[in-house]
Write a protein that binds this ligand. Sequence first.
Ligand SMILES: [Zn+2]
Length: 502
Amino acid sequence: MTTPAISIIPLPRSIEFDGNSRFELPCAPTITGGLPVSALACKQLSKDTGRQWQIADASAPATVLLTRIEETGLGREGYDLDVTDDGITIRASADAGLFYGIQTLGQLCFPNEEGALPHLRIKDSPRFTWRGMHLDVSRHFFNREFVRRYIDLLARHKLNVFHWHLTDDDGWRIELDCFPDLTERTAWRGKNEALPPSYDTGDERYGGYYSKREISDIIEYAAARNVMIVPEIDVPGHCKPVTVCYPELLCEGEISSFKSVQDVSENLLCAGRDETFAFLAEVIKEVAALFPSPYIHMGGDERPEGPWEQCPLCAHRIEAEGLENIDALQGYFMERVRTLVADQGKTMVGWNEITHGEKVDQSAIVTAWQDPEKGIEAARAGYSVIMAPAQHTYFDLAQRDDPSEPGLRWAGVVTLAKAYEWEPIPDPELAKRVLGIQGCLWSETLVDEARADYMAFPRLCALAEVAWTPAGRQSFLDFKERLVPAHMSRLDLAGVIEHGSV
Ligand SMILES: [Zn+2]
């Protein structure tokens, strides 16, 4: 399946070669116009191949014929791509499939020193519908140019979900009209700021946020590349900015000594106060209106122990609702949040702790992060699941054993092999409930853009192949041959600043 000219990542479902014939790429190749993807294709292929791609004149045959056909049997993201003496044809039933065909064509054209493509036929479609990558922009902030490039790189790897972790203890990054204080005050941290310094950003004012206009522009940029943005507003923990602006949403009692896993105090919203849910209703309403995605991620992870256990308001809630324990209170909280999301016509996604207390309706989707077993448990409990086990998909974890290697290690070292060699569906009976997989890039140690790239790549390339390519066609050895040097040179061309070693 691998030849020097064919190093496609993720590997397509099938590739057939037609002898030794080749199609010479003209100096100024043309592509069918009139489709939403045509202009983008022209721009990307020109950048990637060093040739001047142009929209074809209607009177002359195009080098690349893009065709929308009724039915390909490959789904809306599938495509087939033919290279013959007459040129290149990409057929798909939807723009998503055409876009992915163009990504594959881009990889056939670069690197390609001969400037000729072998005659071939590719039939391709994804294994999973949810192929995601996450980015934490709270611990460290990444500006809109970085976010765009990140989305572009996801799209080039045929990933279709960007999970945008917009809020956490170290900065609130999404502008909201209903609560402007959140960005005016707590998008920033430093010695004289509302939030204290954290993660080595020092006493200086550090931070930033995305205006609603910027977010809309990024949503549009992503949509043109078949990437859906799923925003995350993380509750009830990880809410330091909220409680700094609105301390009336904290639990009653002596709570300052209780700390989260990340050593942050007073970052948990009170489950006993109705004001908490009134606040969240406003936030969710505005977020739902801003993002066209049918999903909103509401966190639900790492609730610090202590505040709820000793709060009289939370105790009253437990009694009034007939809840068995604190886990049930957590379930109650997240189920109430789920209904707020549902009120806006959307589906809630949450980290696997939302299953605690068994209160959250099975229409919610679970991102299983702690280990594969959590995903299996959630699927058996009737939830649709996104498998994101830290041991294989947390790219903020170190990628080599070497102690000098940057990255966290709480779930071990995620080598390139570990990012590639795992099966997201451990039990065939659960296959229907596994929507797909996702990689996560938490930013505690991502001190700058170069470091973010270094942690993401090339592990993201491995994730993309696990998400896209049929399990029976995956081979780590073959993947590495396609990765080095061909695909690594594409990463360089796409602007990846640094990457990990293979
Ligand atoms: Zn409370």
